[in-house]
Design a protein around this ligand. Structure first.
Ligand code: PEP
Ligand code: MG
Length: 591
């Protein structure tokens, strides 16, 4: 991530433009996430393990090369001169990962000194850098930075599981990195980290979703940038999608005003906490929370959630060396159920896979040529029934503390639901034999409608499921073949595409006919621009980031249901996304 971005010579500030994915203005100082955050262990390798250790190093080197080549592709966002300069730098980095002194030296240290790959790479990097610095030559000093950057990349790739990269981040940090995974985000403490930004990622990625849930302003998809020094003063605006390094006094004053206005708006919204979410003509809508981490239950409660419409349990599998056992899962889930004080909690079985990696699952999660279409979510659970049984046991036991519902991700066929129901029956019998308390009667078993095939077959799924939760994030991704995490196609991602709306409407109608509850829990549920359309289409249950609940409630209280239903009909008859957007803007009073 090294490129010169033009600075304003007059003020000294540098503006990086990306995609605003979590609203709010953050002020702070830059913390860079690099190998230093991961720690490098130094240990000896026995003679019989040396070849394998060298192969581990080579694999990390190959992965680093692939990452740099991918970065070369996204440098197009930069002005021409900066893009050319960055191209040269990245090319030099690619060379350093070929038959270079760095790689040869690290291999030799493994072979001759019996050191592990990370320690060997770090030692070789330090030796080269020290040598360059001793020569007191500005050109070589700059090359030393390149060597360090390349070596740290290899170190990151050698260290599989992200350890707590943010543990040492000072209070008031704005984190800047090339990429920030959902697992990384799960470790952020909003009390210390004021905001974060990364070169990669789009608005529907789980990194973005988690940032919104935790209320951390964030910008993704910055493309390549020249890494500023740690501690550089910064303003990040997660609505406009900008990161301003070394802001000028006038800029700072402007953003302080904006921030103060946001705080005032939030206070005004808080007056709605105990007010009903009902349209002006009396149609009530349930507003529920999407949670990723048990600690968010408190935020959901504070914002008046009617329940939890989606608890993404896959986050319980991240940032640990072994999968959580039944008791670990039960403890975390029971905490959420108790915190919701009798309001229903919808617990989704793990949706690991795709960008949501959980190293604890080890070989259960082998690399896939196309992870979004691979062995993930319910497919993984059914292939490894022990994992599913453990989860179901924990969910049923948590159900002894309050109402729960079980939700299945990535369902494509009725057969998958039947299989899970059978396993659920077996698990309940086992719990009864063990004499432990659990949900009795068994909780409702619902399915995510997020695969286009599931929406088209919604009639048959409604025969076997107790409720539907429409996941528009994946439904949009799979219907339009747009990777929701790829910033290069983020501009094409459009839940208002007629195909997506028709699939959604089809599933809603199937649920209404079968008289089973249906909710929407994709990101559009938390966006007030879509509220009137969703309510107009007959949806009476929306589940979203807790931080969006009050804004959506405010919108519901402005809506006239009959007008929304009429407009929803016009939208459904329209074939063109542009016209659909216009119809909605008009209904939202934006025209
Ligand atoms: C969805 O796909 O819309 C959804 C809610 O699930 P996730 O975002 O976890 O994939
Ligand atoms: Mg999904």
């Amino acid at each position: 991530m090294s490129a010169k971005v033009p600075s304003d010579a007059r003020t000294g500030e540098t503006i990086l433009q990306g995609i605003g994915v979590s609203p709010g203005v953050a002020f702070g100082r830059i913390t860079l996430i690099d190998a230093a955050g991961y720690g490098v262990s130094d240990h000896t390798i026995g003679a019989d393990g040396l070849a394998q250790e060298i192969e581990r190093l080579d694999k990390a080197v190959r992965k680093s090369r692939r990452q740099i080549l991918a970065l070369k592709r996204i440098r197009g966002r930069l002005p021409d001169a900066a893009a050319a300069e960055l191209g040269d730098i990245l090319e030099a980095h690619v060379q350093m990962l070929g038959d270079s002194r760095l790689v040869r030296g690290a291999r030799k240290r493994i072979q001759d000194e019996g050191r592990n790959a990370a320690a060997a790479m770090k030692a070789e990097c330090d030796a080269i850098v020290t040598g360059f610095q001793a020569m007191d030559n500005r050109y070589l000093a700059a090359r030393a930075d390149d060597v360090r950057e390349v070596a740290y990349r290899v170190l990151r790739n050698l260290t599989d599981a992200p350890k707590n990269a943010f543990a040492g981040a000072p209070e008031g940090s704005v984190v800047l990195s090339e990429s920030i995974s959902p697992a990384d985000t799960a470790m952020m403490d909003p009390g210390r980290i004021n905001g974060f930004a990364a070169s990669q990622g789009g608005a529907q990625s789980h990194t973005a979703i988690l940032a919104r849930s935790l209320g951390i302003p964030a910008v993704l998809g910055l493309g390549a940038f020249h890494a500023p020094s740690p501690g550089t003063e910064v303003i990040l605006d997660g609505t406009e999608g900008v990161v301003i390094l070394r802001p000028a006094p006038a800029t700072e004053a402007r953003y302080r005003d904006k921030h103060a206005k946001q705080v005032r708006d939030q206070r005004r919204l808080e007056a709605l906490i105990d007010e009903p979410a009902a349209t002006r003509d009396g149609v009530t809508v349930r507003l529920e929370a999407n949670l990723e981490l048990p600690r968010e239950a408190e935020i959901a409660s504070r914002n008046g959630a009617d329940g939890v419409g989606l608890f993404r349990t896959e986050f319980m599998f991240m940032n640990r060396d072994t999968p959580p056992d039944e008791d670990d899962q039960y403890t975390a889930l029971a905490e959420v159920v108790r915190a919701m004080k009798g309001r229903p909690v919808t617990i989704r079985t793990m949706d690991v896979g795709g960008e949501k990696l959980a190293y604890a699952l080890g070989d259960d999660l082998a690399p896939s040529p196309n992870p979004a279409l691979g062995l993930r979510a319910i497919r993984l659970s059914l292939k490894r029934p022990k994992l599913l049984e453990t989860q179901l046991c924990a969910i049923l036991r948590a159900g002894a503390h309050g109402p729960v519902r079980i939700l299945l991700p990535m369902i494509a066929t009725a057969g998958e639901v039947r299989q899970v129901r059978e396993i659920l029956g077996r698990v309940a019998k086992r719990l009864r034999r063990r004499g432990v308390d659990f949900a009795d009667p068994l909780p409702p078993l619902g399915v995510m409608i997020e695969v286009p095939g599931a929406a088209i077959a919604a009639d048959s799924l409604a025969q076997v499921a107790d409720f539907f939760a429409i996941g528009t994030n994946d439904l949009t991704q799979y219907t339009l073949a747009i990777d929701r995490t790829d910033e290069q196609v983020a501009h094409l991602y459009n839940p208002l595409h007629p195909a997506v709306l028709r699939l959604m409407d089809f599933a809603v109608q199937a649920a209404l006919r079968a008289r089973i509850p249906v909710s929407v829990c994709g990101e559009i549920a938390g966006d007030p621009r879509f509220t009137a359309l969703l309510v107009g289409l007959g949806i009476r249950d929306l589940s979203m980031a807790s931080t969006s609940l009050l804004r959506v409630k405010q919108r519901i209280r402005q809506i006239e249901f009959t007008a929304a239903a009429n407009r929803a009909r016009m939208v459904m008859e329209s074939h063109d996304s542009g016209r659909i957007r216009m119809l909605l803007d008009d209904l939202n009073g934006l025209n």
